[in-house]
Design a protein around this ligand. Structure first.
Ligand SMILES: [Zn+2]
Ligand SMILES: [Zn+2]
Length: 96
């Protein structure tokens, strides 16, 4: 079942000079139940290994890649680098 989820990364991304470790999450602390992700054992940084929130038409991040839109506490909706490779952040402003 988990294999049906298309991966964002062809191979493990690097963080702190090492490969990050891939695993599904069972936590729902951020409302992200069982989404596969990579986590760095050193700095605890993490990045999702799926395409959720990545849509054509999203703003491009500093890597010139389509960003990932997501809901975060403190923001209505925010776009970030899909692969966590740059510091891009753009908040979606509702205009109604
Ligand atoms: Zn790290
Ligand atoms: Zn980027």
């Amino acid at each position: 079942m988990a294999t049906a989820i298309p991966r964002l990364f062809a191979r493990a991304p690097q963080c702190c000079g090492h490969d990050m470790h891939r695993r599904p999450t069972r936590s729902n602390e951020n409302g992200n139940v069982n989404r596969p992700h990579y986590r760095c054992r050193r700095c605890r940084d993490m990045v999702f290994d799926d395409w959720e929130g990545i849509r054509e038409g999203n703003p491009l991040c500093f890597c010139e890649e389509v960003s990932r839109g997501q809901v975060e506490s403190g923001y209505a909706f925010v776009f970030r680098c899909a692969r966590n490779e740059c510091e891009f952040k753009e908040e979606l402003v509702d205009e109604d």
